[in-house]
Design a binder for this molecule. Structure first.
Ligand SMILES: *Cc1c(COP(=O)(O)O)cnc(C)c1O
Length: 406
């Protein structure tokens, strides 16, 4: 199965498995005290130790206390959404070396809103016409590299544009015409695409076209928060609920003021295409607190902690005959964090990677790992583990590997 199919199938699990949690009887539920309620338990929803990563289908990330404090503080007072967005946007822009910023409903919404801003400018009639671009005088095409097209570019089409996919510089230049609205870049795949950042920016300059870069999951390194603004991309979009551990329903659109200001016109609380992707003061404050926390984190210490966890788990399982362990950092530019890779000899351990994933999932406690990538292999993400959970992951892995040993 492809990664996406497996991830999709995970959403069915709570129904199919009913695994660790059991629903409380109705009368219990009605008399349950408000404080300290465990709604997961009450409603019979499987919870798990996440040793995989910031997957949207797995609910993304856990928000740290600093983020929850900001969200709770936001929930206690009324304010104009525009005022909240304006003040927080200024601070985010400062931190990230951008002219302006806004908090969007995830990186997906930032892609769509930034695209809308580029198309409409400050013209409110145009804002009301998006995504029906034909006959409006708005441009309607976005150029990107084929290797950068992996599903997220679909967000741009919500603003009505057509995607023109190319491979070489010559193809970019041939594709540019009077309908070209923007050049779009996916940082994650920079190593695969023929055209790198600088050349992409040069092309934008040469043809006077705005450029947007998607860096959704590309921190750490923390410097990526400002690197692409410094480089000269007109718009930069990033997720809030991945390694930054902000609200899963938050992201950031940042860059040149004229485009961010234009994007605001399509966003809530106004009635443009962003109206259905509402973020309120809670997400905006939560995003801001998460960004501040992330920038102030000791990233070297974090990295060392992940390595310690990897060493701990590897130490528990590597003496099992047929098992080998290594540290794996993704080759793409996203999720650049050390993970534990476990491989086993199928002649010594009779278990497929998918079966292994399922046994860990159905165990107690339930554990999710990356089990869909390669035969007889799994990976464990460390940055999503809470303190001490590496011990549970290690013992569950050991148990299942030994059980399947011949
Ligand atoms: C996750 C991701 C997105 C979408 O981000 P959300 O914050 O989930 O909306 C967009 N682009 C890329 C490359 C991503 O990895």
């Amino acid at each position: 199965m492809k990664r996406r199919e497996i991830l999709k199938s995970l959403t069915l699990l709570p129904l199919a498995g009913g695994i660790t949690a059991t629903a409380a009887p109705l009368n219990n539920m009605l008399s349950a005290p408000a404080a300290g309620r465990d709604l997961f338990k009450e409603l019979g929803i499987r919870t798990f130790i996440n040793a995989a990563g910031n997957y949207t289908v797995m609910s993304g990330c856990l928000m740290p206390p600093e983020v929850m404090d900001a969200i709770n503080a936001a929930s206690k007072k009324f304010a104009l959404v525009d005022d909240v967005q304006e003040k927080v946007g200024e601070r985010i822009a400062q931190i990230c070396h951008a002219e302006a910023a806004l908090v969007s409903a995830g990186c997906w919404s930032a892609l769509m809103l930034g695209m809308a801003g580029v198309l409409t400018g400050m013209d409110s009639k145009r804002v009301s016409q998006v995504p029906n671009l034909a006959g409006t005088g708005m441009k309607s095409e976005v150029i990107l590299q084929k290797s950068h097209s992996m599903g997220y570019d679909h967000a741009l089409t919500q603003a009505g544009v057509k995607l023109i996919k190319v491979e070489t510089r010559e193809e970019v230049e041939a594709a540019i015409n009077e309908n070209t609205a923007m050049l779009w870049f996916l940082n994650r795949e920079v190593n695969v695409g023929k055209i790198k950042h600088q050349e992409w920016l040069e092309l934008g300059k040469k043809y006077n076209l705005p450029t947007m870069i998607d860096i959704a999951a590309d921190v750490p390194p923390v410097e990526n928060l400002w690197k692409f603004n410094d480089m000269g991309f007109d718009l930069v979009v990033i997720s809030g609920g991945k390694a930054m551990r902000g609200p899963q329903s938050a992201g950031i659109l940042m860059g040149k003021k004229k485009y961010v200001d234009a994007a605001r016109l399509s966003n809530n609380p106004r009635g443009g295409i962003g109206r259905g992707q509402k973020v309120n003061k809670e997400e905006v404050f939560g995003m801001y607190a998460a960004l501040e926390r992330f920038v102030n984190l000791d990233h070297k210490k974090e990295w060392e902690m992940w390595e310690r966890k990897i060493a701990y788990i590897a130490g528990v399982i590597k003496s099992i005959p047929g098992v080998s362990t290594s540290t794996h950092i993704p080759a793409t530019e996203d999720n650049k964090m050390p993970t534990l890779k476990v491989t086993w000899d199928p002649n010594k351990i009779k278990l497929t990677n998918v079966e292994m994933g399922e046994r860990l999932r159905k165990g107690s406690p339930s554990v999710e790992v990356i089990s869909w990538e390669a035969p007889n292999t799994l990976r464990c993400g460390m940055h999503v583990l809470e303190a001490g959970e590496e011990k549970i992951v290690a013992s569950r892995l050991k148990e299942e590997l030994l059980k399947a040993s011949v």
